[in-house]
Structure formats: structure tokens, C-alpha cells
Ligand binder design. Structure first.
Ligand code: ATP
Ligand code: CU1
Ligand code: MG
Length: 751
């Protein structure tokens, strides 16, 4: 199974998007496909054995559009795409200008007729229908050519889009006027006036094109955050080869290259510092504004800015693999995904156009049969066609999602898809993993208490045996024990029969001795008496320390107290979440007493402790069964399943890759305040989407009846087709503009 993202061109409105979706889905071998109108992208999942990108592209072309695959994070392609967009915009602008000039002349000519008075400075020949006809033709068929082309495409598939509405509306005005121009006697014979509506056709086309132009420009801004991200990548790197400094383009940097970074320069790729030290501003990637100290052995991230010092580092990840490239790729996918709320808009758009055409026909028939005035009936029908435009509806959700995910990335919050962005604001409960999430995850051994008391040789030997086992474990606690034993100058040896029992501990054979290290509960399960050190255990747990038991040949020999400092931001984040009326829960594999102490320090009331890794997900499911939307925050491999189970899984960026892969949102810097920001951002985005949908709906709900002439019998109001066209263009523009307002989102202050 493979995934590909395609850039699409030629879409006029949301109906086009669903048509492309259908076309791609019909290709055999395609598993799923998702077209995003706002981002002009399709994400396709397919079996590479059954089909390929070429076939998918062909399917799109056959449907009347164009598609080309996006190589993620390709700056060249990004430029190419930009030129295509700019060219398209230039063409649009030309048509708007020419259409605009002609429209003004036509309106001037029609003004005396519209107002019913003669205006002295307007020469009467401007009102000549033949002149008006000649002026209108280029607007109708050149400026408006795209509408015909798109409507024709739609017709071929037996469907109708907003272009169909525009074509029907303006053509009706144009051809009616043409008929009047050619055969005025027919109307005169029936006692009707010989008015023409060329100016309506021209103005409406121009206005809709103007709307598209504005929309085009605004949409370019919605992906601005993305382009800024890509633009962060420096173009060159200063590489040391054979003792010589050479400047290379970034694409030629290879893993293992030694790179020199001078003060004030951008770090070109990801790697590890070899020599020198400095502080680095990583805010563009992590959202953390305080510069980070770097010295030999520390990791540096490409695109971050070196401050004062100078250092050399070894490239570890280049090209597509860098953190920045990964972020860009994730955000692009997220921007192209569909929020659940959009389904509503999609469904409406699907039946919208046929419904509008029906209403327009009904309007025409009713007016004609009531007052028998074909002109009036026609105008109303034309207005209905023109004012009812589903594109505002189609733009409402994707534009907000695009802006929202972009803003998230800027704040160090990676949101994987639109669905999580939407769900985050519905969360009722936030479950925190303890170790590495609320705490630093850098535990240190603070106490080492042996049963036999303090006798040097015995103590150190025990430590050596423990370390010999723990060296095979990847658990952070194991690292703590190894660090401690190293500080005591103990050299571990080999162990055999090593086994890790998840959530309980580790065991193995060292020099013929059977060593078991783990929780008190495990010891009890093993039938090992733990009374000897029960008092010490209690005392340590009361201090919030994790207690680990060491047994030799089935006998308790010692315990260790291990403490792990709280992250400075943990308490604030917990408080902020509680202020937002969210329930905060701690979920941990650690002992209950220890967990309780730490929870108390943070102000967390609910603690679920001594949970085995494979039970964490079940705990989340249990909370969900109570009807709550649950967010889970975690960092470890043991959290992965729970992260996936939660409605929104939030991974700490400084944690394991497995956790990040299983999550929906990643906090790049590991700052828990990001959870608060993510929820706030989700709330802001959702209310923005709701505003947009409201704008789009209300406009059609009010506009269509007025256009149909409902107010005419009461107030004598009849919309001018020109106003209908203007209103339609305005609705799309207002939706996109409102979405852009999201860019002003500011995370609420930590205090
Ligand atoms: N390698 C190990 N050495 C010693 N004890 C271990 C080891 N692995 C696990 N344990 C014991 O098992 C307990 C549970 O471990 P687990 O990995 O499930 O959770 P945790 O890391 O303590 O906490 P959290 O669930 O908050 O991340 C630990 O607290 C520890 O007592
Ligand atoms: Cu439209
Ligand atoms: Mg953990």
C-alpha cells in the first residue's frame, strides 16, 4: 500500500472536488482517496501492484482536470507551483480588467433605462443594442469561457457545478437580449418592452471572476505558514572535507559530513555536535523561545539558528529525513485531510446545484403563469441561478483547517489531521502518563538500601549484579541504575537468560546468581517476601520516589529509591487544563503511593497506577465508555497503544518515535503548555468554521428567496442580477477572509 499526494488544478468549486474524488476511486487498485478543495490536493492510497501514479493522473485528466504528484518538501516544485499559481492569477486579472472596462461602458449605456431618466452626458448611441451586443460577446465568451468549459466538463459526467449555474444564468440573460436585438417586433407585437440585459451578463461574469481572483489571492495566504516553514531551510552548508572548508548546496550534504556553523548562521541539517559549543534558537521548530545550550554530544536540528558560539557537527539526517522535512510533510497531509464537519458541507453541496436549478425553473414557471411577463420571470430565474453559489460552502471548512494546522506548526504543535483538530475541542478528560511526560524522564537513583546494612563489598557487588542485568534493558529506570553504578565505579559484567517483564521488571543470570529487579508487587507475585524493607519503601514512596526491589536467588537484598524531577511546566499546564474545566488524570505503571505523591504536587486528583503497559489502552477505553472524549498524553513505547486508543493522542516530541507515530498531535518541544494551546487552537478553528458555515448558509437561505422575487409582491423589491452576482462573489471572499482571521490566533498567556 502506498500513499501519494497530488496537486490539482482546474477546480472551480467543491463539486469539482467530489467529482475528482469519484474519478480516482474508480481506478482499480485505489483504496481510498480524499480531495481537498481548499488545499487543491488529493491524497490517494493505492496498491502499487495494481495501479500507479500515471493511471491515477490519467483518471483525473479524463475527468477534465490536471494532477501532478507533489514530491514532499521539494523547494523547486514549490517554486514551480508558485509560478503556475501566479500565471493563473495574471490571466484572471487580465480578464477582470477587460471585463470591468466593458462592463462600465455597458452599465453607463443602460443607466438611463434602468433609472428611467435621461442623463445628459451619456450619449444615446451607447444604448444601441447592436453596440452592446458587440461589446458583450468577448466578455461572455472569452472572459467567461472558463465557465462554459467547466460546465461542459460537468455535463459530460451528467452533473452540474456552480459553473453550470453561472453559465445558465448569464447565458439566459445574453441570449434573451440577443433575441430581443434580432427580433424586437416579436415582443412589440405582444405588448412587451424591448429591453436588453447585456450589461447584467457582463457585470455578473466580471464580478464572479473578480471574486475568484480575490479568493485566489487569499488562498495563497492560507498556505503561507507552510511556505514559511519550507523557507526556513538554508540553501547552503559549510562543510569540512579533508581539512578544507567548502560551501555546498544543501542537496549535496550527505550523512556523516562534518559541518561548520558560525555565529548567527542557520544550521543546515540535523546532526550531533562534535566540537565547540553555543546556544541555539530552536523556536521555529519547537515553539520554545528560550535558546538552548549545545555542546559536544548534543543534537541540533536543521533550520534552527545558531546564536553566539561556533561549532562543528556531524550530519545525521539530510533531505527528506530531517525534522523540518518531516514536519512539512505532516502538515501538508493534515492540511489536505477532511474534518468530519466538512461532510455536512459536502453533502449539501452535492444536492445543492440540482436543487438550485429546480428552484430557478420553478421561479420562471410561477412568475410566467402568475403575471405572464416573460421578462420578469426570466430575470428572477437568472438571479436565483447566479446568487446561489455553493463555493462559499465548499471553502468554509478547508480554508480554516489549513490556517489552523499552519498556526499549530508555528507554535510547535504538529497536528496530523483535520479530524484531531476538530476533536481536540471536545475533549473532557486529559490523561497524562507520568514518567517522561509529567516528569523529565531523567530519573536518578537517590537511595540504595541493602538488607544486610552498609558493608562496602556487599553493597557494591549487589550494585554490580543489578547493573549487569539492567544494561540489557531500555527502560529509563535502567539507565538511572547504570548511571548510578558508573558513578560508584562499578563495572558490570555479562548476564545470561535476560528477560524483561513489561510493567514489572527484569531478571537474568549473572555469574550463576539469579537476579530479579522490579516492583514490589512483582516480588509478591513471585512469592518473595518484602517485609524486610517495607518501612523504607513507604518512606521513599511518600517522597514521591519510585521504589525498585532487588532480589538475589529469590531473596530480597536491597531497594532503590529513584526520583525523577517534575517538568517545570507540568503544574501550570495541569492548572490551565483544570481552569478549562477538563478532568485531569494520571496514568502510570509506577506504584500507587509514589504516583499519588507526585499527583498531589501537581494538583491532579485522579490517579490510575500500577497499570501494565498492555492495560493502559484498556484504561482509556474504560474512560471513554463513560461517554467522555479522552485525550492521552504520553511519550513512551508503553504509551503507544493508549495514544492510539484515545480520541486524541498527544505525543511528547522529545519522547520515542513509536509514541509520535501512534499519536494525532505531537508537541515538538515537549512543553506541556502545548496541550492547552492545541485545545485553544482547536476551539478557535472550530468556531471559525462555524462562522464560515453560517456565512455560507445564511447567505443562500436569504439570498435565494429574495432573488426568486418573494419580496416583489410585498415590497416591490426585485434584485438586480448585478447585485446577485456581486453578493455571490462577496460570500466566497468573506469566508476566506474570515478564515484568514485565524492567523491572529495567540495562545492565551500561561499565567
Ligand atoms: N528495567 C527495569 N528495571 C527495574 N524496574 C523496572 C524495569 N522496567 C520496569 N520496572 C518496574 O516496573 C514499573 C512499571 O514500569 P512501566 O514501564 O510500566 O511504567 P513507568 O515507566 O514506571 O511509568 P509510566 O507508566 O508513567 O511511564 C516501574 O515503575 C518499575 O518499578
Ligand atoms: Cu461560485
Ligand atoms: Mg513513560
Amino acid at each position: 500500500m502506498e500513499n501519494i499526494t497530488l496537486k490539482l488544478t482546474g477546480m472551480g468549486c467543491a463539486a469539482c472536488a467530489s467529482r475528482i474524488e469519484q474519478a480516482i476511486q474508480k481506478v482499480s487498485g485505489v483504496i481510498s482517496c480524499n480531495v481537498n478543495f481548499g488545499a487543491e490536493q488529493a491524497t490517494v492510497q493505492y496498491h502499487p501492484k495494481q495501479t500507479d501514479v500515471g493511471q491515477i493522473q490519467q483518471a483525473v485528466e479524463k475527468a477534465g482536470y490536471e494532477a501532478f504528484p507533489i514530491k514532499q518538501f521539494d523547494t523547486e516544485l514549490e517554486d514551480q507551483e508558485k509560478t503556475i499559481r501566479l500565471k493563473e492569477e495574471k490571466k484572471l486579472r487580465q480578464k477582470v480588467i477587460i471585463g470591468g472596462i466593458i462592463s462600465i461602458i455597458l452599465v453607463l449605456g443602460a443607466l438611463p433605462m434602468m433609472l428611467g431618466v435621461s442623463i445628459p452626458f451619456i450619449p444615446s448611441w451607447l444604448h444601441n443594442p447592436w453596440l452592446q451586443l458587440i461589446l458583450t460577446i468577448p466578455v461572455q465568451f472569452w472572459c467567461g469561457g472558463r465557465f462554459y468549459k467547466n460546465a461542459q466538463k460537468a455535463l459530460k459526467h451528467g452533473s452540474a457545478t456552480m459553473d453550470t449555474l453561472v453559465v445558465l444564468g448569464t447565458s439566459a440573460a445574453f441570449f434573451y437580449s440577443l433575441f430581443v436585438t434580432l427580433f424586437p417586433q416579436v415582443l412589440i407585437a405582444q405588448g412587451l418592452t424591448t429591453e436588453v440585459y447585456y450589461e447584467s451578463a457582463a457585470v455578473v461574469i466580471t464580478l464572479i471572476l473578480l471574486g475568484r481572483l480575490l479568493e485566489h489571492r487569499a488562498r495563497r495566504q492560507t498556505s503561507q505558514a507552510m511556505r514559511q516553514l519550507i523557507g526556513l531551510q538554508p540553501k547552503t552548508a559549510l562543510i569540512i572535507r579533508n581539512g578544507q572548508e567548502i560551501v555546498l548546496p544543501i542537496s549535496s550534504v550527505a550523512v556523516g559530513d562534518l559541518i561548520l556553523v558560525r555565529p548567527g548562521e542557520k544550521i543546515p541539517v540535523d546532526g550531533e555536535v562534535i566540537e565547540g559549543s553555543s546556544t541555539v534558537d530552536e523556536s521555529m521548530i519547537t515553539g520554545e523561545s528560550i535558546p538552548v545550550k549545545k555542546q559536544a554530544g548534543d543534537q541540533v536540528i536543521g533550520a534552527t539558528i545558531n546564536k553566539s558560539g561556533s561549532f562543528q557537527f556531524k550530519a545525521a539526517r539530510v533531505g527528506q529525513d530531517t525534522v523540518l522535512a518531516q514536519i512539512v510533510q505532516l502538515v501538508q497531509q493534515a492540511q489536505g485531510s477532511k474534518a468530519p464537519i466538512q461532510k455536512l458541507a459536502d453533502q449539501i453541496t452535492a444536492w445543492f446545484v440540482p436543487a438550485v436549478i429546480t428552484i430557478a425553473i420553478a421561479t420562471f414557471v410561477i412568475w410566467l403563469s402568475i403575471i405572464g411577463n416573460i421578462t420578469l420571470a426570466l430575470i428572477c430565474a437568472v438571479e436565483v441561478l447566479i446568487i446561489a453559489c455553493p463555493c462559499a460552502l465548499g471553502l468554509a471548512t478547508p480554508t480554516s483547517v489549513m490556517v489552523g494546522t499552519g498556526i499549530g506548526a508555528k507554535n510547535g504543535i504538529l497536528i496530523k489531521d483535520a479530524q484531531s483538530l476538530e476533536l481536540a475541542h471536545q475533549l473532557k478528560t486529559i490523561v497524562f502518563d507520568k514518567t517522561g511526560t509529567l516528569t523529565e524522564g531523567k530519573p536518578t537513583v537517590t537511595d540504595f538500601i541493602t538488607v544486610k546494612g552498609v558493608s562496602e563489598g556487599n553493597e557494591l557487588n549487589l550494585l554490580r549484579l543489578a547493573a549487569s542485568i539492567e544494561r540489557y534493558s531500555e527502560h529509563p529506570l535502567a539507565e538511572a541504575i547504570l548511571r548510578y553504578s558508573k558513578a560508584q565505579q562499578v563495572t558490570p559484567t555479562q548476564a545470561t537468560e535476560f528477560e524483561a517483564i513489561a510493567g514489572s521488571g527484569v531478571q537474568g543470570n549473572v555469574e550463576g546468581q539469579w537476579v530479579q529487579i522490579g516492583t514490589g508487587r512483582w516480588m509478591q507475585e513471585l512469592g518473595i517476601a518484602t517485609e524486610v524493607l517495607a518501612k523504607d519503601q513507604e518512606r521513599l514512596q511518600y517522597l514521591g520516589k519510585t521504589v525498585i526491589w532487588i532480589a538475589l536467588n529469590g531473596q530480597i537484598e536491597a531497594i532503590m529509591g529513584i526520583s525523577d524531577a517534575l517538568k517545570p511546566a507540568s503544574r501550570e499546564a495541569v492548572n490551565a487544563l483544570k481552569r478549562m474545566k477538563l478532568e485531569v488524570v494520571m496514568l502510570t505503571g509506577d506504584n500507587y503511593a509514589t504516583a499519588k505523591t507526585i499527583a498531589h504536587e501537581l494538583g491532579i486528583e485522579r490517579v490510575i497506577a500500577e497499570v501494565k503497559p498492555d492495560q493502559k489502552a484498556a484504561q482509556i477505553a474504560a474512560l471513554q465508555q463513560q461517554g467522555k472524549r479522552v485525550g492521552m498524553v504520553g511519550d513512551g513505547i508503553n504509551d503507544a497503544v493508549a495514544l492510539a486508543q484515545a480520541d486524541v493522542g498527544i505525543a511528547i516530541g522529545t519522547g520515542t518515535d513509536v509514541a509520535m507515530a501512534a499519536s494525532d498531535i505531537t508537541l515538538i518541544s515537549g512543553d506541556l503548555q502545548g496541550i492547552v494551546t492545541a485545545i485553544q487552537l482547536s476551539r478557535a478553528t472550530m468556531s471559525n468554521i462555524r462562522q464560515n458555515l453560517f456565512f455560507a448558509f445564511i447567505y443562500n437561505l436569504v439570498g435565494i428567496p429574495i432573488a426568486a422575487g418573494i419580496l416583489y409582491p410585498i415590497l416591490g423589491w426585485l434584485l438586480n442580477p448585478i447585485i446577485a452576482g456581486g453578493a455571490m462573489a462577496l460570500s466566497s471572499v468573506s469566508v476566506v477572509t474570515n478564515a484568514l482571521r485565524l492567523r491572529n490566533f495567540q495562545p492565551v498567556d500561561k499565567s
